[in-house]
Each structure stands twice: as C-alpha cells, then as structure tokens.
Design a protein around this ligand. Structure first.
Ligand SMILES: [Fe+2]
Ligand SMILES: [Fe+2]
Length: 318
C-alpha cells in the first residue's frame, strides 16, 4: 500500500500537469469534501435561483418575454441537475444534499435572498446576476475535477443566453418611456451591490482560497473575478444609459481597471447568515416544493421497480 504522502504528492503532480481528476481516481479527503461542498452549494444556487424569477413568469409583459423567461428558469433547473449529478460522482447522495439545504446547513448564493419587485428586475438579474455567475463559471470550465469542468461547459453556453436576454430587457426599457427608464434604473440600483457580493469575501478574508487555487479548483481569486466583472460591466451600463450606484466608480488609467467603493460587508454577512430579506421565504418555498413532489419520486421508484421485475421475469423465462 502506497503511503498517503506519496499519493498526495502524485495527486498534486497530476494537477500541476493539468490532468483532470476523475471520479474513480485517488484524491485527498479534503479535496473531495471541498468539491462536494462547492458543487452542492452551486447546485442549490441554481435551484433556489429559479424562485425570484419564477415569480414573474405569469406577469411577463409579452408572449416572447414569457417564453424566454420560462426557458431561462428551466435552464437553471437543468444546471442544478447536472451539478447534483457531478456531486454524486464524489459520493454525496441527493437526499443528504437536499436535507442539508432544507435544514440550512448548506448555503446557496445570497443574491437569491433579495426580492424581485418589478419586471425590470428580470433584466437586472439576467444582466448582472447571470453576468457575475458567468465570470465564475467560465473559470470553472477549467477546474481540476473532470465531471465539474464538463458540466460547466454546457452551463456556460446557456448562461450567456441568460445574460443577453436580461440585457435586452433593460435595453428595451431604457429606450422606452420615462417610467420604464426609472424602473430599469431602480432595478440596477438594487442589484448592483448584491451582484458584487456574489464573488464572496475579499481575498484577505477568504480562508479556503489558497488551497483551492493550489488544487486548481479555482484559478482566479474572488477579488480578481470581481474586478473583471466590474471592468466588463461598466461600459455596458453606459450603453444602456443607466448609472451604477457607486460614486467612487472611476476608470483608473494607471491600473487599467475601474476603482470602486467599499462593499457593505455587514450586509453581506447578515444575508449569508440567514437574515436577508427573503431567506425564510426561499427555504419555505423549496421545502414545500419538495414535499409536494414526494408522490412523483415515489411513483418513479415504483415504476422503476416494476420495469425491473418485468425484465427479471423475461430473463428467467428466456
Ligand atoms: Fe445557471
Ligand atoms: Fe443563469
């Protein structure tokens, strides 16, 4: 039996050579645990993320908008399923992951604990929230764990559709009446800062980051990704003609980046710890959907058992 020291050294060498780690490969326990936590958290975010937008499907202003929003929300369900499956390859069970979400043990992205108050919020979410998610997810297409990286490739294609449909909603509103412009501006004002918080605590505070970078689970730090998002988004705001609610936002010639104001980290931690405007509602909605769906799961299991019985009988009589 090889010593753990050797196994870990060889594991790191494979990562350094840019080899993908696959489900059956040896991996340090902490690598497995970190990935299960991260992937399941990501899966929960996709599923809980359906709630704020699902709220607007019946109120979309046109049939075209309704079809696009419906497709987008369905995509998010699909993302959740790919990700739960990716976490299962590491030995996590679906039941345990769902249980951890429902009991509050597992987290999901705090952005979904903010309410969607107006139609323009669908635009702001697509543009800013999916836009911020893409920054993170494009990086994850190159993450060291194979099943996670491959799930991300497909997810990213769909995310760019989400971002564009959001931007187009805002573009239409910004070219519309004064009231429509004001609605778009208000949505951007409410979602700007929470979107920046999606990248997580600053690098000085982020405890797991160094190890995740070494294992190439992450390839860019929270602050790097946040800066990249801001740099890409400010010019898009200019095209829309909306302002971003940060008086300190300013292009810096020297660094070739935008400078920006201080994030309200008290608010960030408050929402992470369960005290955001919608934390309770979101969990209630998830638990209720899970309970109401129990008969579907039971019927699927009963059907699978029946099919197996028929197949077994055929095999015996053959
Ligand atoms: Fe998604
Ligand atoms: Fe999305």
């Amino acid at each position: 039996m090889e010593s753990n020291y050797n196994l870990e050294t060889r594991f790191q060498e494979r990562i350094d050579r840019e080899e993908k780690i696959e489900a059956r490969d040896w991996m340090p326990d902490k690598y497995r645990k970190t990935l299960i936590r991260q992937i399941s958290q990501h899966a929960h975010s996709e599923i809980v993320g359906m709630l704020p937008e699902g709220n607007w499907i019946t109120r979309a202003p046109t049939l075209r908008r309704k079809a696009a929003l419906l497709a987008k929300v369905q995509d998010e369900a699909g993302h959740g399923l790919y990700l739960y499956s990716a976490a299962e390859t590491l030995g996590a069970t679906r039941e345990q992951m769902i249980e951890d979400l429902h009991t509050g043990k597992a987290k999901y992205s705090s952005i979904f604990n903010y309410p969607t108050l107006a139609w323009a919020d669908m635009g702001a979410i697509g543009w800013l929230v999916d836009g911020a998610a893409i920054m993170n997810q494009v990086m994850l297409t190159r993450t060291s764990y194979g099943p996670y990286a491959r799930a991300m490739v497909r997810i990213c294609k769909e995310e760019s559709f989400h971002q564009r449909q959001g931007y187009e909603i805002l573009l239409t509103l910004c070219r519309g009446s004064e009231a429509q412009k004001a609605m778009a501006q208000d949505a951007v004002n409410r979602f700007w800062w929470p979107s920046l918080m999606m990248f997580g605590p600053s690098d000085k505070e982020s405890t797991n980051s160094a190890q995740s970078m070494k294992w190439k689970i992450k390839r860019k730090s929270n602050d790097e990704l946040r800066q990249q998002f801001i740099d890409a988004t400010v010019p898009q705001a200019e095209i829309l003609g909306v302002t971003l609610p940060d008086p300190e936002l300013k292009w810096d010639e020297e660094s070739q980046h935008y400078n920006f104001g201080e994030i309200d980290w008290d608010e960030f931690w408050r929402v992470v710890k369960g005290h955001g405007p919608c934390n309770e509602d979101r969990l209630k909605a998830r638990i209720s959907a899970h309970e109401k769906g129990a008969w579907v799961r039971e019927a699927a299991v009963a059907y699978a058992a029946k099919q197996k019985e028929i197949a077994d009988q055929k095999a015996i009589s053959a």
